[in-house]
Design a protein around this ligand. Structure first.
Ligand code: RET
Length: 281
């Protein structure tokens, strides 16, 4: 818990809007994925279903985080901000702390599912898939469980130690995705290979934001600034890692469906003449 923290009006609004933006994005992506589910072959629908579930779980948690935030902070001063020249600010009410736990529970559920959907969309042989999941899922659990004690600590040393421990499974996940998944990519059609590469880059770029946001206090950014930075950083990274990632999974599933089944491709192109079937839309 960040202790007694005072947020300026602008800082309060920034966190409020980031959480609200993330909640809206998760809900919209959830609906979108459900609607387009029929536009890929049945064998790829599981990946889309998992992606939709990830967005729903996240929407629920963002709703809880949002409420926890608005309950935890109360306005002090009665003037409207900037109108009477006195900045209104928000303080954390004692005893009603902002609960960072929702975020970690969300990750505990969604990170393994995200890894599952990335593997599922490849439609690899059962043993290869099993092998990858057996490595990735325990590592994802460890990464998040080890990060949490540091997240709720106000002591930089404690934060650093748990952060370093959590980074070990994090690096292992990146290694498995890069090296082991790379081997499976060789057998994929050309366009799918390109998209998968994009997926891995997106994963690296967005997953990299989490440890950086976590490290803000260590980087000399303290108190309210670090709290706001973390909330904004985690929210944006979550939207990219869940929503954008889900949309890319859909694109890959659609391309693979076209590549696997000519009749399905022809049927889909007839139904969607503007897309001309060259780029999956
Ligand atoms: C922590 C603690 C500090 C060290 C590291 C971390 C990594 C977190 C990651 C979270 C990814 C979450 C995703 C959620 C989307 O659903 C726990 C912040 C390495 C990589 C992808």
């Amino acid at each position: 818990m960040p202790g007694v923290l005072e947020l300026s009006f602008g800082q309060y609004q920034t966190v409020y809007n980031s959480l609200s933006f993330a909640l809206a994005s998760m809900l919209a992506t959830f609906v979108f994925l459900l609607v387009v589910m029929q536009r890929v072959l049945p064998r790829y629908r599981q990946a889309l279903a998992v992606s939709a579930i990830v967005c729903l779980i996240a929407a629920y948690h963002y709703w809880r985080i949002f409420n926890s935030f608005t309950d935890a902070y109360v306005a002090v001063g009665d003037g409207t901000p900037a109108m009477d020249g006195v900045e209104q600010s928000y303080v954390l009410v004692n005893g009603e702390g902002f609960n960072e736990g929702y975020r970690y529970i969300d990750w505990l559920l969604t990170v393994p599912l995200l890894l599952f959907e990335a593997i599922a969309v490849l439609a690899l042989a059962r043993m290869v898939r099993r092998n990858l999941m057996m490595k990735l899922i325990p590592a994802a659990f460890l990464m998040i469980a080890l990060g949490y004690p540091g997240e709720i600590s106000t002591d930089n040393m404690t934060r650093g130690i748990w952060g370093a421990l959590s980074s070990i499974p994090f690096l292992y996940i990146l290694y498995v995705l890069w090296v082991e998944l790379g081997k499976s990519m060789v057998t994929q059609p050309e366009q799918v290979r390109k998209d998968l590469n994009g997926l891995r880059l997106l994963l690296l770029a967005t997953w990299g934001v989490y440890p950086i946001a976590y490290l803000l206090p260590q980087l000399g950014i303290d108190g309210a600034d670090s709290f706001v930075g973390r909330q904004v950083g985690y929210s944006i990274a979550d939207v990219l890692a869940k929503c954008l990632f889900g949309l890319l999974i859909y694109k890959i599933a659609r391309e693979k469906s076209f590549a696997d089944d000519d009749a399905f491709a022809v049927q889909e192109i007839k139904e969607a003449p503007s897309s001309a079937g060259k780029t999956a839309s």
